[in-house]
Every structure is written in C-alpha cells, then in structure tokens.
Design a protein. Structure first.
Ligand code: ADP
Length: 156
C-alpha cells in the first residue's frame, strides 16, 4: 500500500509543472496568419472544436496572436477573408510561461485576468547555433482544473 510522500506529492497539484500537463506543440492546433477564411479553413477550424487558436507568422515559434472562433460567426466563406483581419494581436493579452513553472505559478498568472490560455516557451540551446526561443506547448485553465480534479479522485 502506497501511503507515503509520493501520494501526498501527487495530490498537491500546485507542485506539478507546466511541462507535465501542457498540450505539447505537436498536438496544438495553430493556423498560419497567411491563411484565408474560406470554406476549407473554416471547416477545419470548426471540426477542431477549439475556442482559441494560436496564429503564427513565420513558423510555430512565432505566434503573433489568437483567433477566437466565436468571432467567426458572421463570416461568409465566399469572401475568403484573410485570417489576419481576425487575429487579436497579443499586446498584453497572452502570457508566456516556462515549462518548469508550477501550476500554482500559472494559476496566479491566470488570476491576473488577461487570458486563460498561455504559451509555453523554452530556450532551445541543443544545436550548434545560437540558442533560440521555442514554443513547446500551450496550457489553459482547463489543464489545471483537470489536474485539481485528478487530485481529488486520488484523494478519495
Ligand atoms: P477549448 O475552450 O478550446 O475547449 P480549453 O481551454 O477548455 O479549450 O482546453 C481544453 C484542452 O484543449 C486543454 O488540454 C487545452 O490545452 C487544449 N487546447 C486548447 N486550445 C487548443 C488548441 N488550439 N490546440 C490544441 N489543444 C488546445
């Protein structure tokens, strides 16, 4: 029977790290800002089911804003509207966190009320070249809540 420190630790969601619960970038649904909101793109967006979609410029490490899918309600696919007209450019709206932030840290960031989605960014210094910032995932309030609910189940 496991009653020791590991279980107590597992119940303390605040000590878990972003890395453990984030959605890794390979699973993130993102769009290029150069896309047009035609029928094909809109179908893919609605089928994804996500309410917020990171939008990138050069590549996935260059996320410039978020698309809120609720803003697309009145879009006419025949207009082929450029996605860039719909992107809410970050300003102060989206936060960036490190993978080794604790969930307690992120919750504090979310409580400040800017957004409940954060980009997870790390420094990639693995290669020969200069280190660069790399988007490694996203984390939302939902990911933290899941962890808290998971803890309660362990608790029972
Ligand atoms: P939504 O409102 O879009 O359902 P939530 O904030 O409820 O998003 O998060 C639900 C799960 O989906 C979380 O695990 C979160 O990390 C993930 N998620 C949210 N947006 C995206 C996205 N654009 N691509 C991939 N996963 C996402």
């Amino acid at each position: 029977v496991e009653t020791g420190r590991e279980v107590a630790g597992a119940m303390n969601y605040k000590e878990h790290t972003v890395r453990e619960v984030m959605t890794p970038v390979k699973d993130c649904f993102m769009l290029s800002v150069s896309e047009k909101l035609n029928f094909k793109t809109l179908s893919v967006i609605f089928k994804s089911g996500f309410s917020r979609i990171p939008v990138f410029a050069k590549d996935r490490n260059d996320v410039i804003g978020l698309l809120f899918t609720k803003d697309l309600i009145f879009i006419d696919p025949d207009d082929e509207t450029p996605l860039k007209n719909f992107v809410q450019i970050f300003g102060r709206a989206v936060t960036v966190v490190w993978p080794d932030f604790t969930l307690g840290d992120v919750l504090n960031v979310f409580k400040q009320g800017k957004s409940h989605l954060s980009l997870v960014r790390d420094v990639n210094d693995a290669g020969e070249g200069d280190p660069f910032y790399e988007v490694v995932g996203i984390i939302t309030l939902e990911d933290i809540i899941e962890e808290i609910l998971g803890d309660e189940i362990v608790d029972e």
